[in-house]
Write a protein that binds this ligand. Structure first.
Ligand SMILES: Cc1ncc(COP(=O)(O)O)c(C=O)c1O
Length: 282
């Protein structure tokens, strides 16, 4: 209960929502809430709309639940963003859930607030659940974080999938959460009670501290990530002009994905090796 309260408080402070603990479930990482959610919502043949490129797990958890993935291509030239107009033609009578992940893993694509509101209204008017994966919600380099769940009426049809893994660099602690209407939370709770029960009590205590303690580390880490991101982008795209690992697993073989969630030292070493390798090819 203490952690559920801390999650609701943090979300209210950061985004102006007003979730109650009965609308909150704590899971073993963000993955866990997404998996459980698909299990309780998706029946065989139901369709789930997923923008491309997507985080690998979405496709597999939908398939595991017997659902059908419906992919919406995004455009690199438009910064991989997604609009309501791009989604609308993919909605059918079988559409159950729309998954939105902004900022996106792997593309970094961001949906601006106005457009996200249009997407929310589209999903709401068509009776579709909107799952917003807020895992990277603090990782914005040019705009302010927001949650679509703060929109009036959103709490009836929006499901927030959250995680402490990225914002607080707590991946190994395995703490995630879901914010959703109480009846969905209760259904997830039933499934989870036979599966993992809860994250360990020590991880729960650590998560309370992260959420209620000073928040400076979030901004400091973001600054550091910006340095690393700019470095990677510059070395690869401006100077070296190299392409490395195809992003096939993420639904696109036209792009590469590089994680900069590692030290500058490692990044330097990695990029030097790539550069040297490519020079040899010449
Ligand atoms: C888009 C996205 N959502 C959710 C997660 C889940 O993270 P965790 O299970 O560590 O909370 C990840 C992890 O990489 C992710 O990239």
């Amino acid at each position: 209960m203490e952690l559920k309260e801390a999650i609701c408080e943090r979300h209210t402070k950061d985004y102006g929502t007003a979730y109650k603990p009965s609308e909150c479930i704590v899971t073993v990482g963000g993955k866990h809430v997404i998996f459980n959610l698909m299990q309780i919502l998706v029946n065989p043949g139901d369709e789930v709309i997923i923008p491309v490129p997507y985080w690998v797990t979405y496709k597999d958890v939908v398939n595991y639940a017997g659902g059908k993935c419906v992919f919406v291509e995004s455009d690199e030239a438009a910064g991989f963003t997604i609009t309501a107009a791009m989604i609308a033609p993919h909605i059918t009578s079988r559409t159950k859930v729309l998954i939105i992940n902004s900022p996106s893993n792997p593309s970094g694509g961001v949906i601006e607030k106005d457009e996200f509101e249009k997407i929310f209204k589209l999903a709401q008017s068509r009776g579709i659940w909107l799952m917003t994966d807020e895992c990277y919600c603090r990782f914005l380099y040019g705009s302010e974080p927001f949650s679509i769940a703060a929109q009036p009426g959103a709490r009836d049809t929006v499901i927030v999938a959250g995680s402490l893994s990225k914002t607080y660099a707590m991946t190994g602690w395995r703490v995630g959460f879901g914010l959703a209407p109480a009846h969905l939370i209760s259904a997830i709770g039933k499934l989870q009670s036979h599966m993992t029960s809860n994250p360990t009590s020590i991880a729960q205590k650590a998560a309370v501290e992260a959420l209620r303690g000073p928040q400076e580390s979030v901004g400091l880490m973001l600054g550091e990530y910006r340095t690393r991101r700019d470095y990677v982008v510059k070395r690869l795209l401006d100077d070296a002009k190299v392409a490395v690992v195809p992003g096939e697993a993420f639904g696109t073989d036209r792009h590469i994905r590089i994680s900069y969630a590692t030290s500058m030292e490692q990044l330097q070493k990695g990029l030097d090796r790539i550069e040297a390798f490519l020079k040899e090819l010449n």
